[in-house]
Design a protein around this ligand. Structure first.
Ligand SMILES: Nc1nc2c(ncn2[C@@H]2O[C@H](COP(=O)(O)OP(=O)(O)OP(=O)(O)O)[C@@H](O)[C@H]2O)c(=O)[nH]1
Ligand SMILES: [Mg+2]
Length: 338
């Protein structure tokens, strides 16, 4: 590479799709990064190449253990991922990729994983790959790029893919929709309301871990664990026979980290008994198509020249209370489809 830069110092050459594929299959980090940059580009020609790349590497995807992790800001997600990632690499010889979905990254220039400071050791480990959240206008757009990046990481041979998101909004649903196992990190000593955790998010969890269970906190963490265990009993049972579990952990002492991995392994064992993984992923693929179709159709529709001309007029009529939105919509659809 240095050689190429010497000859063309200003303009590094773009790789062809085949070159990218070979590099990704060889787990070449530069190739993987270039592939992700292509995925994140909004230029139409890059988009087309990204699609070609992804369609070609699809047969090499799907083999990783896909884990989603959420929890309110400060619960210790990054510190946990660092400890957990180090454990997986050292004790289980796994290669670990960490991605993020942060819909607010547009404004904050990427808060999640933006500073890798709390994952310094993991970031420096050649067995790990850490990529900050892509930026984007909509959650759907950001999530789609992360989902495609996950496929690239799988083709590059990562055994475990972790997607972090912050537990305050809609992004959990997006992460749930692209991972197999969903881990919710919580703190002891604060009610769910205080932690901003909505019941819906608890319902998504396959494992609820009370984090920072160390020092003076251990007792409180155990009490919280018991309380959440009871609360989980009240929720409807999961599909495929999995009963969500509750545990405690500490990224500082390492307590509970191995047990969490064991839980994930038994979750996969359970799914294997009734083709659960296949079914979960089929459902996710179907949903992914639906979402992509919806957002793409809307984008193209609003971009249509006739719609662009007519929409402001109809918008004013709706604002003035002269017509209802469905009448305006019907007229716009007729403009495009006729
Ligand atoms: N005692 C204790 N402190 C911890 C533990 N894990 C994280 N912390 C501390 O909690 C703070 C927040 O940790 P982060 O890992 O940055 O939390 P986060 O959930 O990634 O936060 P955001 O990225 O802002 O959403 C830091 O000061 C950590 O040192 C733990 O297991 N025990
Ligand atoms: Mg963090």
């Amino acid at each position: 590479m240095a050689y190429i830069y010497l000859i063309f110092p200003m303009k590094p050459q773009k790789l062809t799709t085949n070159e990218l594929l070979q590099r990704i299959y060889n787990s070449d980090l530069l190739g993987l990064s270039k592939g992700i940059t292509l995925i994140e580009s909004t230029l139409e020609k890059d988009r087309l190449q990204a699609e070609e790349l992804l369609n070609n590497l699809l047969p090499k995807t799907g083999k990783s253990i896909r884990i989603g992790i959420t929890g309110v800001p400060g619960v210790g997600k990054s510190t946990f991922i660092e400890a957990f990632g180090e454990y997986l690499i050292k004790e289980k010889q796994k290669r670990v990729a960490v991605l993020a979905i942060d819909p607010s990254s547009q404004q904050t220039k990427g808060s999640i994983l933006g500073d890798k400071t709390r994952m310094e050791k993991l970031a420096a480990n050649p067995m790990a790959f850490i990529r900050p959240s892509p930026s984007g206008k909509s959650l759907g757009g950001v999530a789609n790029k992360t989902r495609e990046t996950l496929l690239l990481c799988e083709a590059a041979g990562y055994d475990v893919t972790i997607i972090e998101t912050v537990g305050v909004g809609q992004s959990e649903t997006a992460v749930k929709g692209m991972t197999d196992f969903f881990l919710l990190l919580m703190l002891s000593g604060a009610g769910d309301e205080l932690q901003g955790i909505k019941r819906g998010i608890m319902e998504m969890a396959d494992l609820l871990a009370i984090n920072k269970a160390d020092g003076d906190n251990i007792k409180k963490a155990n009490l919280a664990k018991a309380a959440y265990k009871n609360a989980l009993h009240l929720l409807p049972p999961h599909e495929f026979g999995w009963t969500p579990e509750t545990t405690t952990c500490s990224s500082l002492t390492g307590d509970g980290i191995e047990a969490i991995w064991k839980t994930i392994e038994s979750y996969y064992d359970k799914l294997e008994q009734n083709d659960g993984l296949i079914k979960i992923r089929e459902k996710q693929q179907k949903e992914w198509l639906k979402e992509t179709l919806q957002s793409r159709l809307l984008e193209d529709f609003l971009d249509h020249s006739e719609v662009r001309k007519r929409l402001p007029v109809l918008e004013n009529q709706v604002i003035a209370g002269k017509i209802i939105p469905s009448t305006a919509t019907r007229e716009l659809i007729k403009l495009v489809l006729s």
